[in-house]
Design a protein around this ligand. Structure first.
Ligand code: BES
Ligand code: ZN
Length: 865
């Protein structure tokens, strides 16, 4: 019998804390092998206080040293592996008392990268969601907000720089080569926003003046050899600060704002108050080492973490079930920021298309799989598993729907009211909805269903045109993915396209299961353009014939839907295993030659739907069939349009100095798509041009794409260039990650050994490190989750590799292992023999007796599906 059933946390079991903290003083003596933390807590009765109840503080992997209450040693406590329970509180806890706890942790042994850890000799922290309890005993929950003063001590030669949240108020030399710094954060905050950084780092800095006329010091801290790669992050930070003032009237509230880059980091970046900590991948960039995508990602991640200062930090979450309150909202904000930075309507559309691609490729499968959950989950075993594309990307779509329903100004009114009501509080998703509703005098009761119901809703479209009465009737029927769901409130932007162009765009609100709209005086049978701009995150069930799709693809004035029509066409052909016919090729040609269209849009329009999205369209997936059908379709476009590709390759050159702006990046993306198509059409002919681009590129985008094209198409030059790339960039970890990822992402090539053989070799490479999440992701995740055609082999070899990798990584870093464990979520969707082989691999992982809670939850949910 199993006794260690995993613990579940339930949203409806939320209780306010029985105690809370006023002031918190931390004194931390940093030593990699033995860091001593003295914590002084001003404890106050909380909202749910009951006299006589003990104070229970969370703590993990801590060596307890001592406990004092109001200055006196205290003996009435119990220690457990995950907490300390303190009894016999002064006056039964009725009034404020001081708790002082000393404990020890071991940063150099911390490979989970949660809590305090060492990376390349420097100290860093990561506390969200529940890492603070690995630093000291605490009420480690977001609704306990306290004022922190932090004293950091370290040996000055080893740690010349000592940083924490807020303002630096004191620095001092100490005996024996030690020194100290005192930091004070003026804003109350939950423990998950605490941070410290210490070590040999240097910064670039800039002073700016914000709206109120206040001067602010901005710093980007990195290892000294990376200082020359920080300019773009600084520019992005300045742009973010200005944007939030202009668009939302939100000003930076601290005198100083710091970003620190670290090479070992589980996630992308973290919004600690005034001291954001970033994965180096989202800070460091210069043209020679970072691609256009890297530049764009840095801008959006810097924006994202900065925007959390208001949406997340000033107003935070009551509990972790409300995560989408801050993450969905902040993703929406960073998407809007990036779209605005594009500087044109067509640039905005490009950004929107990219975001929807991500949603469909990653979130739709999640919403249809064993880990499906509403954007506000009701239950979890391990909170780290719920930083999902659903909470983030679908959460952002839900926020976007408010804006679509209320208008940009109405949305802004809602935001203003949200801050007016809740500044300094820890709140819920209902509070956000209420602010939106109240500020606009709208009843949004039904809109709540987006927060509680999982699965992607489907909307069936039926149309009827009456030639005689000139009436057009549109009937929409919604159905949910799961049983017993209530209808959603779905905003659908639509327009009827007619030859005389007399119909305007409208917003339909679908609230019933089935609803009809009648349009009068429609002079001819129109072509329907619906869910424009992807106004709702749904699946449209709409059988549109090829002719209508071609019309939309060539002339819809909504750029998103124009792209969408092309995707639908390509998808139908690929799923039917058909090659593009003359009409479709002609449409592609017209698009490529259209002088009024943005290169970036053309590139997106010519990029086929991802395999992961194609899988979701099938009842039973044969991954190799889908791969071959998609490849054959692409090969046909490559071949039939080779004249156009060759011409575009010349026209889209961006001579002169490199600039990462949207227009230049768009040109490069189309040029590089052209190169990749030409290599696909005939690798023998075009390899020389690719090698030339590889050797002479003045930026990483061009160099990397050329190399990738050579590798993916099995060019004879691939080996030499790969070796050249490695030796050019041996000392640049982020570029070496690309070198690993490129090889792990190679699809199968006839006559070349399977990619898995390469991956096994890369895993033994001297530069491969199991402790470094970026390196692990560049090899293992890239192969198992980003390379479907090589991963899904009928002999199950990919799955066996996956199981071994999950089991190897789990004891080192459960978060990284649990992400990888998600790789077989959709096993039920696959045909035989894949399904059975995936099942066997899942069983193999499940059989381990020592799985972390993180991996256990993912695997058991997959098996139960
Ligand atoms: N708050 C998160 C970081 C985080 C995530 C901490 C999970 C702990 C657990 C941060 O704001 C975030 O969302 N980062 C994203 C990048 C962002 C641009 C979507 C990330 O790290 O992937
Ligand atoms: Zn975030």
């Amino acid at each position: 019998m199993k006794t260690d059933l995993p613990q579940s946390f339930r949203r409806l079991e939320y209780r306010p804390p029985n105690f809370t903290f006023g002031k918190v003083a931390l004194d931390i003596a940093l030593d990699p092998a033995r860091t001593i933390v003295k914590s002084s807590l001003e404890v106050l009765p909380g909202p749910e206080f009951k006299p006589g109840e003990p104070l229970v503080l969370q703590g993990q992997e801590l060596e307890f040293v001592s406990l004092r209450i109001n200055g006196a040693a205290h003996r009435h406590f119990e220690l457990n592996p995950e907490s300390i329970t303190i009894h016999s509180l002064p006056n039964e806890g009725r009034e404020a008392f001081m708790v002082e706890i000393i404990s020890i942790c071991v940063p150099e042994k911390n490979t989970s990268l949660m809590g305090l850890y060492v990376s390349n000799g420097n100290f860093f922290t990561q506390c969200e969601a529940e890492g603070f309890r690995k630093i000291t005993y605490f009420l480690d929950r977001p609704d306990v907000m306290a004022r922190y003063t932090v004293t950091l001590r370290a040996r000055e030669t080893e740690c010349p720089v000592l940083l924490s949240n807020g303002n630096l108020i004191h620095k001092e030399k100490l005996p024996n080569g030690w020194h100290s710094a005192v930091w004070e954060d003026p804003f109350p905050k939950p423990s998950y926003l605490f941070a410290l950084v210490a070590g040999k780092l240097e910064c670039i800095e800039e002073t700016i003046t914000t709206g109120s006329g206040a001067k602010k010091l901005l710093q980007i801290w990195v290892e000294p050899h990376d200082l020359n790669k920080t300019r773009h992050a600084m520019d992005s930070l300045i742009a973010s600060i200005h944007w939030d003032e202009k668009r939302y009237g939100l000003e930076l509230d601290l005198e100083r704002f710091m970003i620190v880059a670290v090479g070992d980091f589980n996630m992308g970046a973290m919004e600690n108050k005034g001291l954001n900590i970033f994965n180096t991948k989202y800070v460091l960039a210069q043209p020679e080492t970072a691609t256009d995508a890297d530049f764009a990602n840095i801008e959006s991640v810097v924006g994202h973490e900065y925007f959390h200062n208001w949406t997340g930090n000033r107003v935070t979450c009551q509990d972790w079930f409300q995560l989408s309150l801050k993450e969905g909202l902040t993703v929406f904000r960073d998407q809007e920021f990036s779209a605005d930075q594009m500087g044109s309507e067509s640039g905005r559309a490009v950004k929107r298309i990219e975001d929807v691609r991500t949603l469909r490729q990653l979130q739709f499968p999640e919403d249809a799989g064993p880990m499906a959950h509403p954007i506000r989950p009701d239950e979890y075993q391990e909170i780290n598993n719920f930083y999902t594309v659903t909470v983030y990307e679908k959460g952002a779509e839900v926020v976007r729907m408010y804006q679509t329903l209320l208008g940009v100004d109405g949305f802004r009114k809602g935001m203003d009211l949200y801050f007016k009501r809740h500044d300094g509080q820890a709140v819920t998703c209902e509070d956000f909805l209420a602010a939106m509703a109240d500020a606009n005098g709208r009843d949004l009761t039904q809109f709540k269903n987006w927060y509680s119901q999982a699965g992607t809703p489907r909307v069936k479209v039926e149309e009827h045109y009456n030639e005689a009465s000139k009436q057009y009737v549109l009937t929409l029927t919604q159905s949910s993915a799961k049983v017993n769901q209530q209808p959603f409130h779905i905003p659908l932007k639509m327009r009827l396209l007619t030859s005389n162009d007399d119909q305007k765009e409208q917003l339909l609100e679908l609230t019933q299961e089935k609803q009809s709209w009648t349009f009068e005086n429609i002079s001819e049978e129109p072509v329907l353009s619906i869910n424009r701009g992807f106004s709702a995150p749904i699946i449209l069930n709409f059988v549109q014939d090829e002719a209508d799709l071609l019309t939309l693809f060539s002339s819809d004035d909504d750029a998103f839907n124009r792209w969408e029509a092309g995707q639908k066409l390509a998808m139908q052909f690929i799923l039917d295993n058909r090659l593009p016919g003359a009409q479709l090729i002609a449409a592609y040609r017209t698009l490529l030659l259209d002088p009024d269209l943005d290169p970036a849009f053309k590139e997106l329009a010519m990029t086929l739907p991802a395999e992961a999205y194609l899988y979701e369209q099938c009842a039973s997936v044969d991954p190799q069939n889908i791969y071959s059908a998609r490849r054959a379709f692409r090969h046909a476009i490559a071949t039939e349009l080779r004249m156009e590709w060759a011409a575009l390759y010349q026209q889209m050159q961006t001579p002169g100095d490199f600039s990462p702006d949207g227009v230049s990046a768009g040109k490069r993306s189309l040029k590089n798509l052209a190169l990749s198509m030409l290599l696909d059409a005939d690798v023998a002919i075009w390899s020389a041009m690719a090698v030339n681009q590889y050797q002479n590129a003045n930026n990483m985008t061009d160099r990397y794409v050329a190399l990738s094209g050579l590798v993916v198409n099995g060019s004879k030059q691939a080996g030499i260039c790969l070796r050249d790339f490695y030796s050019r960039f041996t000392d640049d970890a982020l570029v070496i990650d690309k070198w690993f990822a490129l090889q792990a992402s190679r699809p199968p090539i006839a006559g070349v050994e399977p990619t898995l053989v390469d991956v096994m070799r890369l895993r033994e490479h001297e530069a491969f490190k199991l402790n470094n999440p970026n390196r692990v992701r560049s090899v293992i995740h890239a192969f198992c989750m980003g390379n479907p055609a090589s991963f899904h082999q009928a002999d199950g070899s990919g799955y066996a590799f996956w199981a071994d990798a999950v089991l190897t990584l789990d004891p080192i870093n459960p978060q990284v292992a649990a992400r990888l464990a998600r790789g077989l979520d959709r096993w039920r969707l696959f045909a035989e023999p894949y399904q059975s082989k995936m099942h066997a691999a899942l069983e193999k992982v499940a059989a381990s007796k020592t799985l972390s809670a993180d991996v256990r939850e993912v695997i058991s949910k997959a098996l139960a599906s």
